[in-house]
Design a protein around this ligand. Sequence first.
Ligand SMILES: [Zn+2]
Length: 131
Amino acid sequence: MTQMGEPGRPGERPTPPRCGWGRRVLPERTGPGRPAKFCSHKCRQWNWVAQQRAHELALNENELVVARSELDRLHDDLYVLACAVDDTERDLESAGPGASAAELRTMMTWLLEACRPLRDREISAADASPE
Ligand SMILES: [Zn+2]
């Protein structure tokens, strides 16, 4: 049985099972039954839809159809995050080692605001039915 605290290579932790769609770490399973492959019904459904779509288009298992709007939203959030990281790095640099708790709190708040959309981001499968 593998435990987190087991000695291994430094800094290495065993990789926990992840959702087959959203890649989030799956909750630890207790009790009988097959181990879960998805974190939610929604993820299972999106994965199924994506597989159907890939099959229709004769894509291989590593290719995926994603709606442009989903990708745009993801890129928008990544851009906001990148700007926030740059701002925070610059603010930290200019505040120096004597930064006050209030200054650090302001920086952290701004950074968290930029991170939250990505934390909550879910990417749906492209709709298989063309309009
Ligand atoms: Zn999931």
